[in-house]
Design a protein around this ligand. Structure first.
Ligand code: F6P
Length: 556
């Protein structure tokens, strides 16, 4: 019997479907999307899907029926069906750390069973949800009080990476659902400016800090937690009051207790939840504190809907699978280096930051699960930002730059904050940008326009090259009915599964992140160079020179 994909992944470039796609890519060199839309009035219906509160339009891509057929064959040939089963059933898909990646268990309904090492983990998952419910209710009903008996008004989540980006994205995305009374803040960076800027706005008597760290060993988080404790004590709180103002979410209960968090105030997470997939766990406490537990459960329900869709829909009708395959098509055949995500919703302005960690920490890998070197592109550089703002910044490069860039446009039909006809304009801008990327403007159109405006032949000749927009640039559009807990849950889960599918195709481990460790290790020795006298200790002259510069200025 062959080994599971996470121990012996297939070399995708050796598959029959890969070489068929290589040939097909040649056939597609002259493919023109404008022409494809003109030839087939059914193209939108053929290449769009509805489900889980989302409409996924992928018709503005450099694809034909044959492309999709071949990409789906690739997914089948690489063993995606088995890989998906392994993911959901708790197999050790994170092979380098010998861990499962069971974030999907966190959104399963009560009564479901998921076994890890012969033990059903679902009772524990629901126990923690219950623990979260109790905390949220106590805070929202003013039963949890600060050391001067005042109600909690501000919650500060101290955490970084997955212990920050996911919760921040969702609590901001769902701001219209926020419960009155509790404001959530995020403290992530070790930069004192962030700390000072935040605490200046807070009252120690009414602030609750959540130290959110799966490992409870992350430098930035621990330093900020110590600074917060120092600030709290300096503001009049006493050691005995800390339990009312500091709680933690961690899988390292011992370290959290040693830090001074009361054991009953520690919410567990498990090593089978990866940091960037953890917003569905107690790491999501700030979300629940902001929007309430029933909305948090709706978020889980939305993600669960997407899980079911991913598990059951045939690949050719499966949103995350199609999204992933389109990404592979562009990364590996068109040699795309980057992918833009462009949400047209102010409250989703931090979606890209979350996706950057989700996608790039997961698929920014250079070897396969078995250690063999990958000689094709893996995850792209993911970037982007909120529309319309981006239109007045980097969209120029999307329209006329020399690089091949694919994009996802994301937009709700209903605005959370309708204002005159602003949302109609926002929606129109979103659609017209993807349309402009696809249609472009031909030389002939430019010449005609300039001639109508009365430009001379010479002027037209001079201006036309600057005004031609090549078009034929691909994008997906994801439309949400509105940004609700359910649709946002589904949207985030959509991207999680997209990332997973791509990792399976490339044969890489989406759930480890060894690359970030080197910087952490070197940071310790550079810190020693700055703070202890260690002449010429740095491994290279550049780092040593920069250390010396810092030391000299600090001495002066
Ligand atoms: O950046 C590395 C990383 O380990 C992320 O994967 C993780 O989300 C983040 O640090 C924070 O980790 P922790 O929750 O353990 O503090």
């Amino acid at each position: 019997m062959s080994q599971p994909y996470y121990l012996k992944p297939k070399d995708v470039t050796q598959l029959i479907s890969w070489s068929a796609l290589t040939d097909h890519f040649q056939e597609m060199q002259r493919f023109d999307m404008r022409q494809a839309f003109a030839d087939d009035t059914n193209r939108f219906d053929a290449f769009s899907l509805e489900g889980c509160g989302l409409l996924f339009d992928y018709s503005k891509n450099l694809i034909t029926d044959k492309t999709i057929k071949l990409l789906v064959e690739l997914a089948k040939e690489v063993g995606l069906t088995a890989a998906r089963t392994d993911l959901f059933s708790g197999k050790l898909v994170n092979a380098s750390e010998k861990r499962a990646a069971l974030h999907t268990a966190l959104r399963r309904p009560y009564g479901d069973k998921v076994f890890m090492d012969g033990v059903d983990i679902m009772p524990e998952v629901h126990k923690v949800l219950h623990q979260m419910t109790e905390l949220v209710n106590r805070i929202h009903n003013n039963l949890w009080r600060g050391y001067t008996e005042k109600a909690i008004t501000d919650v500060v989540n101290i955490g970084i990476g997955g212990s920050f980006l996911g919760p921040m994205l969702v609590s901001e995305g769902l701001l219209p659902f926020a419960q009155k009374g509790v404001t959530c803040h995020y403290l992530a960076n070790i930069d004192g400016s962030e700390f000072k800027g935040l605490v200046n706005k807070l009252n120690a008597e009414t602030t609750l800090f959540i130290v959110s760290s799966k490992s409870f060993g992350t430098l930035e988080t621990l330093k900020n937690a110590q600074a917060a404790r120092g600030w709290f004590l300096a503001k009049g709180g006493e050691e005995k009051d800390l339990a009312r103002h500091f709680i933690a979410v961690s899988s390292n209960v011992k370290a959290a207790v040693e830090f001074g968090i009361a054991e009953e105030n520690i919410f567990p997470i498990w090593d089978w939840v990866g940091g960037r997939y953890s917003l569905w766990s107690a790491i999501g406490l700030p979300i629940a504190l902001s929007v309430g537990m029933s909305n948090f459960k709706e978020l889980l329900a939305g993600a669960y809907m997407m899980d079911q869709h991913f598990l059951t829909a045939p690949f050719e009708k499966n949103m995350p699978v199609l999204m992933a395959l389109l990404g592979v098509w562009y990364s590996n055949f068109f040699n795309a280096q980057t992918h833009a995500v462009l949400p047209y919703d102010h409250n989703l302005r931090d979606f890209v930051r979350h996706l950057q960690q989700l996608d790039m920490e997961s698929n920014g890998k250079r070897v396969r699960q078995d250690g063999s070197v990958l000689d094709i592109n893996s995850g792209p550089v993911l970037w982007g930002g909120v529309g319309c703002n981006g239109q007045h910044a980097y969209h120029q490069l999307l329209h006329q730059g020399t690089r091949f860039i694919s994009a996802d446009f994301i937009v709700p039909v209903v605005s959370a904050n309708p204002l005159n006809d602003h949302h109609q304009w926002l929606y129109a801008n979103c659609l017209s940008q993807s349309q402009a990327l696809m249609l472009g403007k031909t030389r002939q159109q430019v010449e005609e326009e300039l001639a109508i405006k009365g430009y001379s032949v010479d002027e037209i000749e001079r201006l036309a090259p600057h005004k031609v927009i090549p078009g034929n640039r691909p994008s997906n559009t994801i439309v949400l009915d509105r940004v609700s807990p359910r649709s946002l849950g589904a949207l985030v889960a959509l991207y999680e599964h997209k990332v997973f599918v791509q990792s399976v195709i490339w044969g890489i481990n989406a759930f480890d992140q060894w690359g970030v460790e080197l910087g952490k290790e070197l940071g310790v020795s550079v810190y020693k160079g700055l703070t202890e006298y260690q002449p010429d200790k740095a491994e290279d002259a550049s780092t040593q020179g920069l250390i010396n510069y810092f030391r000299n200025l600090h001495r002066g």
